[in-house]
Design a protein around this ligand. Structure first.
Ligand code: ATP
Ligand code: MG
Length: 390
């Protein structure tokens, strides 16, 4: 008899008629993540996804770990299996949850039966097991109204299961349930976090990196690939689009006034992102900008940057402080890679006095000498695709 994993669904339970579609997406994502850990059966009953190993070769620890990055899951429990007999259930609860019961100030037992042939009602079973546990752990009070710990028992077709305090899931909504977006991924701290946050809202991500070889090194590119790999467990399928950006930057440097370098460069990034969005059925562009963080992140600069595209530019970090962004970066494991010291293309031709409040007419005049369409076309044609996760 094997343990199973129970996943509690979050917001998607609120979605009425769409619920089925959301659940199916979530289960597909769960199955995808479980593939490398063995042969599992995955199904949903009443807003809980059951993950059942089908043989003894399944890696349950690996599977449990993997489930922590699946968006749409709010809580995860590993449940121990035992025979469907009231005394066996008590014995399992005592050994499997003994430490948790001892540590808690109070507890209660809650039972659920999907096998209605079981000879006791849920209430009878809870009272029976609860009574024996209370005797076995006299230092922990029984409190049926506001217990610190709930000892859960489930009677299912082939086994009974016992589980206690769940661990937190990743929250959010299943990736793929809320459309697709292009996410501009630099090697910095911010954009991996904005990419993560967008995926958390159920959006499939096409990460895009603008690469200015030889001004930025091969190591800088490898760093971005590594960041994308770290985001893979959250985002699901990922293919990084690496856009050759050198020629555009040189053209800007040679033909435009210095104080507009950054804003013109960002307009190119945005245009190219829109082209990639169109080619991949994406409805938005995501960036890691945060209001006021640098000269190009004022509201005026943002307005000029997005003036050249028609799809929304979404900035999940716009109102977060750097310390808040860093704490997410640490939580999702991208921080240490982000702070590796490789140049980003934004820092290659940084103006000494960038315009913080650029006016559109002036920017249009400044970029007039450039063959915008031709440069965009050239960059898009040269895109290199790096498959991160399938
Ligand atoms: P980050 O920490 O994400 O690099 P930042 O604070 O350095 O951000 P900028 O360099 O102004 O800010 O970039 C703002 C946003 O533009 C980034 O968060 C990212 O979404 C996008 N961006 C910047 N450089 C690149 C790049 N080389 N490739 C892809 N996207 C980029
Ligand atoms: Mg940057």
């Amino acid at each position: 008899m094997e343990d199973i994993i129970l996943l509690k669904l979050g917001e998607i339970v609120l979605k009425g008629l769409n619920k089925r579609i959301f659940e199916d997406k979530l289960m597909a994502n769960v199955r995808r993540r479980l593939k490398q850990y063995g042969n599992f059966r995955v199904y949903t009953v009443q807003s809980t996804v059951y993950v059942e190993p089908q043989d003894e070769f399944c890696d349950m620890d690996g599977a449990l770990e993997a489930m922590k990055t699946v968006f749409g899951v709010v809580a995860i429990s590993r449940a121990a299996a035992c025979p469907k007999d009231k005394d066996e259930i008590f014995k399992m609860a005592k050994s499997y949850l003994g430490d948790e019961i001892r540590r808690a100030k109070s507890f209660k037992v809650e039972s659920k039966r999907s096998d209605k042939a079981f000879p006791m009602t849920s209430i009878q079973l809870s009272q029976y097991v609860g009574g024996l546990l209370a005797e076995a752990f006299p230092e922990t009070k029984v409190d049926v109204h506001n217990p610190e710990l709930v000892v859960n028992i489930e009677i299912r077709d082939y086994s009974a299961y016992v589980h206690g305090i769940p661990i937190p899931g990743a929250g959010g909504m299943p990736v793929g349930s809320n459309g697709r977006a292009v996410s501009m991924l630099s090697g910095g701290i911010d954009s991996p976090v904005s990419t993560y946050m967008m995926a958390k809202r159920g959006v499939s991500i096409i990460p895009v990196h603008f690469f200015s070889f030889p001004y930025t090194s091969q190591l800088a590119k490898e760093k971005v690939i590594r960041l994308a790999e770290l985001l893979g467990p959250y985002c699901g399928k990922l293919t990084l689009e690496v856009v050759p950006f050198t020629h555009i930057q040189e053209e800007i440097r040679d033909k435009c006034p210095e104080e507009y370098f950054t804003i013109i460069m960002r307009r190119f990034m945005t245009r190219i992102s829109q082209r990639i969005a169109e080619a991949n059925g994406c409805s938005a562009i995501v960036t890691g900008e945060s209001l006021g963080q640098v000269a190009s992140q004022t509201m005026e600069a943002m307005a000029v940057t997005e003036e050249c595209v028609s799809i929304p530019v979404i900035r999940p970090l716009v109102c977060l402080d750097k310390t808040e962004i860093i704490s997410v970066a640490r939580k999702i494991g991208t921080f240490d890679t982000s702070i590796l010291p490789y140049e980003d293309c934004c820092t290659v031709f940084t103006p000494r006095h960038p315009k913080t409040k650029p006016r559109l007419e002036e920017v249009l005049k400044a970029e007039a000498p450039l063959d915008v369409e031709g440069l965009v076309e050239e960059a898009v044609t040269g895109i290199e695709r790096v498959v991160i996760s399938k």
